[in-house]
Design a binder for this molecule. Structure first.
Ligand code: AMP
Length: 143
């Protein structure tokens, strides 16, 4: 069966092109990080390579080193920003795995002892809460 091609109209491609808004916390030449609008916990951040790929399965291996360098930076920053005990890093490939947006991305979620994640398909967070959380993460990334 033929692989499904990358769709440049996916929502993260639109965010990367600046066609729809996001709460960005980090950007360099190859990677962007922004707040997940339906967070599974406070500070849930998505780390996204600028290079187009549907997911990990069709990604150029050259994009993965820079991507995971930023995943580590963001994991350290969210842990610091929210006084978390740890961080969960998640990445889904194809519908069978739970992927819903078809541009490669990595979830980074601060974790607290004894507190479960909210469901993956949850409620939309208030923009002012996302803005405040993004601000905390930006400060932790520079500090
Ligand atoms: P998945 O493809 O299953 O790894 O999850 C996609 C994630 O993108 C979900 O956690 C959604 O809450 C999140 N999401 C969907 N639309 C947006 C958006 N416009 N801005 C930020 N996050 C989004």
């Amino acid at each position: 069966m033929a692989e499904t091609p990358y769709d440049p109209q996916n929502i993260f491609a639109k965010i990367l092109r600046g066609e729809i808004p996001s709460h960005r916390v980090y950007e360099d030449e190859s990677v962007v990080a922004f707040m997940d609008v339906m967070p599974q916990g406070p500070g849930h951040t998505l780390v996204v390579p600028k290079a187009p790929s549907r997911n990990l399965l069709d990604a150029d291996p050259a994009t993965l080193g820079p991507l995971f360098t930023v995943v580590q930076k963001v994991a350290l920053a969210v842990k610091k920003a929210f006084g978390a005990d740890g961080a969960t890093v998640l990445q889904f490939n194809e519908p069978a795995s739970g992927q819903t947006v078809y541009h490669l991305h990595v979830h980074v979620i601060p974790r607290f002892e004894g507190i479960a994640l909210r469901p993956h398909t949850g409620n939309m967070e208030k923009p002012e809460v996302l803005a405040e959380n993004a601000d905390k993460i930006r400060r932790a990334l520079v500090g």
